[in-house]
Design a protein around this ligand. Structure first.
Ligand code: ZN
Length: 303
């Protein structure tokens, strides 16, 4: 029987790195991709023994919200930097902000209720929130967000494939944390280690990887991180980008600063050791340290 979903996933991965089509065939040989449409949480998972990757579908609406909201902010910032007037209307920015808030709140609610046995009742997305891949008159922000979303999703799937490729099996904390860094590094290399067509291509690939990890990091403002199997998401974010982002002042760092600033504002965090918030790697490092301290001060996760 034809495995339609497996073919869909392979097609996505090919689309992101067509240069690596042959390698992809080898990488995904014999791997089963299981589509999970019932799980609410961020439940991507790989089993090396079964050569199985589970792809959870519902949570992708929240990943899309992060992509859209951050890219709106980034576009607005870039337009203003170029000296032009505001690029997006305040209504558009409001929708983007509401959409992001909806995504974070939904993820937190699912995690709080996870395992409680109570069915998770989630709020609907804001009514003006855009859907991906449905608007034939999509504007540049929408199309850019979609491209970033596909890169982010490909990064997450590559992370799971890396666990299989590297033969990872369940291990204790320190080893497990190293496995997660290794899977991130392998996945990032797949997407970021190819020759890029142009600056935009370079940017959207990096923003995709960044957003996948910003998505996880957004939960760190609300939920105390308990070290067990995974490294803190904010450290993963920095580690995944550092090998390929070109220099201190790359636009990718600027993007991460803008995205994190949205959350900093919301939770009243500031960067008091920096005299000036620049859109550089140094600011990202400072923000990551601030998140770590803030997270350490949060109340214990309610179980
Ligand atoms: Zn993993």
């Amino acid at each position: 029987m034809a495995d339609d979903f497996g073919e869909e996933v392979r097609e996505l991965l090919r689309q992101i790195t067509p240069q690596r089509s042959n390698e992809l065939n080898i990488l995904t040989e014999g791997v089963t991709f299981r589509k999970d449409e019932n799980e609410d949480g961020i439940g991507f998972y790989a089993s090396s023994n079964l050569k199985l990757v589970r792809v959870t579908m519902r949570c992708q609406a929240r990943l899309w919200a992060h992509c859209y909201a951050y890219y709106c902010m980034f576009t607005e910032y870039a337009v203003r930097q170029s000296g032009a007037d505001s690029g997006l209307s305040s209504d558009q920015l409001q929708v983007a902000g509401d959409f992001l808030e909806w995504a974070v709140e939904s993820d937190i609610q699912i995690r709080l209720q996870g395992g409680s046995g109570i069915p998770v009742v989630m709020k609907d997305a804001p009514k003006d929130a855009p859907l991906p891949f449905e608007n034939i008159n999509a504007n540049v922000v929408q199309v850019g967000s979609e491209t970033i979303f596909l890169n982010a999703l490909a990064f997450i799937i590559h992370h799971e494939l890396a666990h299989i490729q590297l033969g990872h099996v369940g291990v204790e904390s320190d080893l497990s944390i190293q496995q997660e860094y290794d899977a991130d590094a392998t996945a990032a290399e797949w997407i970021l280690g190819v020759d890029v067509a142009d600056e935009f291509d370079y940017l959207v690939r990096h923003l995709g990887v960044a957003i996948a990890l910003l998505w996880f990091t957004s939960l760190a403002f609300r939920e105390k991180f308990v070290i067990d199997s995974h490294p803190p998401s904010w450290k993963r974010l920095l580690a995944a980008l550092e090998p390929t982002v070109k220099g201190e002042e790359d636009a990718v760092w600027g993007f991460v600063v803008l995205a994190l600033t949205l959350h900093f504002h919301r939770y009243g965090l500031s960067l008091d050791t920096l005299s000036e918030v620049t859109h550089t790697r140094a600011t990202v490092v400072e923000m990551v340290e601030t998140i770590e301290q803030f997270n350490a001060g949060l109340g214990k996760e309610s179980e």
